[in-house]
Design a protein around this ligand. Structure first.
Ligand code: DX5
Ligand code: ZN
Length: 223
């Protein structure tokens, strides 16, 4: 149920293929892929060609996080280049419900994300329509930022709603995860943990193993 989702935004792009192999060898199942358009967020990352080329080499689940304005324009493209799930920002969509249906119709899993200032309430009516809710725990746009403590309550609130409704919607968190905040978010109720700078350290295999061990240990203390 708990999964580590390393974010390739922190990868060494000169050795991307090699690093993805290491993640696979270490048992990583979900690869978090951050697409930024320089409009919804200030920065620009990468897009379809990169995803298409790593798709040829990997069987991991490609979790594509679109930090893109009007993402409905690109759903088909991302599915064609190999996305297994597409997560869109509630704030970036003109018609969020329509965008969710378009992603569903394209045959991949659906995620909806909210920025730190967006209340859970804005998306709570959609919990049974999506596979995953991504709670951003930093302002989207850059890796290596500090976890925003005020987001912990949002994770707890969302976990409560999902459990009360008896749903199996997954809760993903993204931003500022490290040795300390990992426990905070897992205890608050997140089960899919994105890690960028914390995962891609000097010795990648070792850091992945270390995080997975920590997750295993923490999960044993959560009822
Ligand atoms: C930020 C991205 C994240 C980023 C997280 O907008 O959505 O996925 O890679 O990086 P860390 O884990 O370093 O905060
Ligand atoms: Zn992300």
């Amino acid at each position: 149920m708990y999964q580590l989702c390393p974010s390739i935004l922190s990868a060494d792009f000169n050795r991307l293929g090699e690093q993805i192999k290491i993640l696979e060898q270490e048992g990583v199942k979900i690869l978090h892929i951050d697409v930024m358009d320089g409009d919804f967020v200030p920065s620009i990352s990468f897009g379809m060609p990169v995803i298409k080329s790593i798709r040829k080499e990997s069987n991991m689940f490609f979790d594509v996080h679109l930090m893109v304005t009007e993402p409905e324009r690109y759903i088909r493209d991302f599915v064609e280049c190999g996305a297994d799930s597409i997560t869109v920002h509630a704030e970036a969509c003109e018609d969020l419900e329509r965008t969710i249906s378009l992603i569903r119709a394209a045959g991949v899993k659906v995620g909806v994300s909210i920025k730190p200032a967006t209340p859970v309430n804005d998306i709570s009516h959609l919990l049974d329509e999506v596979d995953m809710v991504l709670i951003m725990t930093v302002q989207p746009g850059f890796g290596g930022q500090k976890y925003l403590e005020e987001c912990t309550e949002k994770i707890q609130e969302l976990r409560k709603l999902i459990d009360e409704e008896g749903l199996d919607t997954e809760i993903q968190v993204d931003g500022g995860i490290n040795g300390e905040t990992l426990r905070t978010v897992m205890e608050a109720g997140a089960n899919l943990i994105v890690a960028g700078s914390y995962a891609f350290q000097e010795n990648l295999a070792e850091s992945i193993r270390d995080i997975q061990n920590k997750m295993e240990e923490i999960s044993r203390t959560i009822s």
